[in-house]
Ligand binder design. Sequence first.
Ligand code: SF4
Length: 199
Amino acid sequence: MSRTDGRPTRKSRVTQATLVRKARALLAYKPADVSPQRRVQRRYTMRLWSVRHARFLEWFYARFADLFLTLHPLWNAIGYRRAEKPVKFVERNVKGLMFDCRMCGQCILSSTGMSCPMNCPKQLRNGPCGGVRANGNCEVEPDMPCVWVKAWEGSQKMRNHDAILAVQKPVDQSLRETSAWLRVTAQATAQREKARETA
Ligand code: SF4
């Protein structure tokens, strides 16, 4: 029996939590890890893996960018506009899985140690704010490692480790939800053609 103020009486001290615990003991399935803290940290597992393997990803991306550039006649034949939808779909899913990409359309992963700066709650593109915690985590999201602390770690593994020192332009919001892969390819092609004309 409960009191009118809602608190259990001395006789009915069986709380909801006790009932849940008893019911759980009867189940065959016992989860190995039910810590909410661990579960939150697991969300960052892939992006931290990418930072740890920044050198390999830098190498891989260089080859991938070359392949995309080689395919320029194909993109041209299809039309960059028409190619955008399927390319964007693949880009969103691959980079979403590996870097928690937010599709800013102006990718600077190769300058930030493969740590996406758009995951910073303040979306800072030129280094951390003054609120990094003593354990290297974010001041806004205490369970998340600061993306700029990770960016520095990742950049130091890369061949082009000084790229992180370059000052980045402010984000152009009009490029959100567009394909950075196609933009980089189109820019590289334009530069290549310009260089050919000058020569
Ligand atoms: S910098 Fe932009 S395009 Fe690159 S991973 Fe981050 S949100 Fe995606």
